[in-house]
Design a protein around this ligand. Structure first.
Ligand code: ATP
Ligand code: MG
Length: 405
C-alpha cells in the first residue's frame, strides 16, 4: 500500500467555459456519494483536479469505483510530498522503483507539470532535474521520451507535489446531472440498457419506463428489468426510478381492433404517448430508447417515421448506428449483458404477428389507431396505474405503488 493519494483528472470539462463550476460541482457531488462506502477518504477540489487522500484505504477498489463516474478522464494513484526538489526527487525514486519492481520495465520519462507558478523549478526543468536524479540513483534503467515503460508524472500544486507512475482510464463523458433528464424505454433486451448507459454518459439523468403485460409476461421478465436498472445505478450518481406501466389491457385491445400488420406500429405509438406523459409528470425533456436502424424489420426508417409522429419530445437513440456486436460489447463491459440474455417473454413478441409490416404508412397508422375510440382514457388509466420502483446503488429495492383507483 504505497500510495496515499489519488489524483483525479476531469475530461471534457475544461472545454466548457463558464459552465465549468457547475460541472465541477456535479462531478464532486457524484464522487462524494459514490465513495461514501469507503471510510476515511478525504476529497479535495483543486483547480482542475480532485485529490483524494486515501488514509490507509487500498487504492484499487477506490479507483474501480471512480472508473464508473462520467466526467472523469483519468485517475492516478499518487504519493504526495512537500514542494521541495529534494523531497520530490526522493519520492519519485520510491514511486519509480515500486513501478518497476518484479517487472521487465526498464525505461521511463518524467512529465513535470508546475501549476504553482511560485515554485522556482518550471515544468521543463522538473523533467531534467528529476530525470537526472532517477538515472543517478538506479541501475540498468534508461530514459525513453517517446515510448517509456513508466511515465513518472510530477504535478506541483499549492497543496503539495503529487507523484504517480500509473494512470487508469476514466469513463469519459460529462458529469451526470449537467444534461437534464430523459425517460429511458427499457425492454429487458440488450440494446436499451446500453442506450441508458450512453445517455448518462452525456451527463443526462435517466428514469426507466417498462411496459409490462401480466400475466402474459411473467414476474421474472419484470425482475429482469429491475435488475438491469439496478446495474445501471452504478453509473447514475445515485438513484434511478423505474416506472412499470400496466400494458395488458391496451395490448389486448390493440390485438382485437387493429389489423395484425399494423399492431406493432400502433403499440409503439401508444408506448411513446405514455412515455411522453410520464416525461411530463417527472420533468424530463427527452425520451431515450434502444432503437437501431435496420436491425430488425420493425426498426426501419419508415417505421420510425410512422411511430415518432406522436411526440414532439426529442428522442435520443444512442445505439442507432451501432452494429449488434458493438452494442453487445458495451453491454458486456457495463455488466448488463448477462441479465439481458436471461430468457423471458417480451410483451411485444407475445401479442404481435411474426411478420409486422416493415414499411408502415403514417396515414394508415393514424386511421387504424382511431379504431380504439377510448385510447386517451386507456392511456390515462395506464399512467395512473404505474408502479414506481426506486433503485439505488448497493441498496435493496424499495417499492412505492400508485394505486389505480
Ligand atoms: P432491446 O434489445 O433494447 O430490447 P430490440 O433490438 O429488441 O431492443 P425492439 O424490440 O424493436 O428492439 O425495441 C426497440 C426499443 O423499444 C427498445 O430498445 C426499447 O427502448 C423500447 N421497448 C421495446 N419494448 C419495450 C418494453 N416492453 N418496455 C419499454 N420499452 C420497450
Ligand atoms: Mg427487445
Amino acid at each position: 500500500m504505497l500510495y496515499d493519494h489519488l489524483v483525479v483528472r476531469y475530461g471534457e470539462l475544461s472545454l466548457k467555459g463558464k459552465n465549468r463550476r457547475h460541472f465541477e460541482n456535479q462531478l464532486h457531488e457524484t464522487v462524494k456519494r459514490k465513495l461514501r462506502r469507503f471510510d476515511n477518504l478525504k476529497i479535495s477540489k483543486l483547480f482542475d483536479r480532485l485529490v483524494i487522500e486515501l488514509n490507509g484505504q487500498p487504492h484499487e477498489p477506490v479507483v474501480g469505483s471512480l472508473q464508473d463516474i462520467f466526467g472523469i478522464h483519468s485517475i492516478s494513484p499518487a504519493l504526495r510530498t512537500e514542494n521541495n526538489l529534494d523531497e520530490i526527487n526522493k519520492t519519485a525514486l520510491i514511486a519509480l522503483k515500486d513501478a518497476m519492481e518484479n517487472t521487465d520495465k526498464r525505461t521511463f520519462k518524467v512529465t513535470g507539470k508546475r501549476s504553482l507558478k511560485t515554485f522556482p523549478v518550471n515544468s521543463m526543468q522538473l523533467n531534467s532535474e528529476v530525470g537526472g536524479y532517477l538515472l543517478r540513483n538506479t541501475e540498468n534503467i534508461t530514459v525513453d521520451v517517446h515510448n517509456p515503460d513508466v511515465e513518472v508524472k510530477v504535478e506541483v500544486k499549492d497543496t503539495g507535489t503529487y507523484i504517480s507512475c500509473q494512470t487508469f482510464k476514466g469513463a469519459g463523458g460529462l458529469p451526470i446531472g449537467v444534461g437534464g433528464k430523459a425517460m429511458l424505454m427499457l425492454s429487458g433486451g440488450i440494446d436499451s440498457p446500453v442506450a441508458g448507459y450512453l445517455t448518462m454518459k452525456r451527463g443526462v439523468r435517466i428514469e426507466g419506463v417498462h411496459f409490462h403485460s401480466p400475466p402474459f409476461t411473467s414476474e421474472r421478465a419484470k425482475q429482469k428489468v429491475v435488475d438491469l436498472t439496478q446495474e445501471l445505478t452504478r453509473f447514475s450518481g445515485g438513484k434511478i426510478k423505474l416506472h412499470v406501466v400496466p400494458f395488458t389491457k391496451i395490448q389486448q385491445i390493440i390485438k382485437d381492433k387493429i389489423p395484425a400488420s399494423y399492431s406493432m406500429t400502433i403499440m409503439r405509438r401508444v408506448m411513446l404517448k405514455i412515455t411522453e406523459k410520464l416525461a411530463e409528470k417527472n420533468n424530463a425533456l427527452a425520451i431515450a430508447n434502444g432503437e437501431n436502424l435496420g436491425q430488425v424489420a420493425s426498426q426501419t426508417m419508415q417505421s420510425m417515421y410512422a411511430i415518432n409522429e406522436v411526440t414532439n419530445l426529442p428522442i435520443l437513440r444512442p445505439v442507432i448506428t451501432m452494429d449488434k456486436l458493438e452494442i453487445m460489447d458495451i453491454s458486456q463491459k457495463i455488466g448488463t449483458y448477462e441479465i439481458s440474455i436471461r430468457p423471458y417473454e417480451d410483451c411485444c413478441t407475445i401479442f404481435l404477428p411474426s411478420a409486422p409490416k416493415t414499411k408502415p404508412k403514417r396515414e394508415k397508422a393514424i386511421r387504424f389507431e382511431q379504431n380504439i375510440e377510448n385510447l386517451e382514457e386507456l392511456i390515462e388509466e395506464a399512467v395512473q396505474g404505474v408502479e414506481t420502483i426506486i433503485l439505488e446503488e448497493g441498496r435493496s429495492t424499495e417499492t412505492t405503488f400508485e394505486e389505480l383507483f
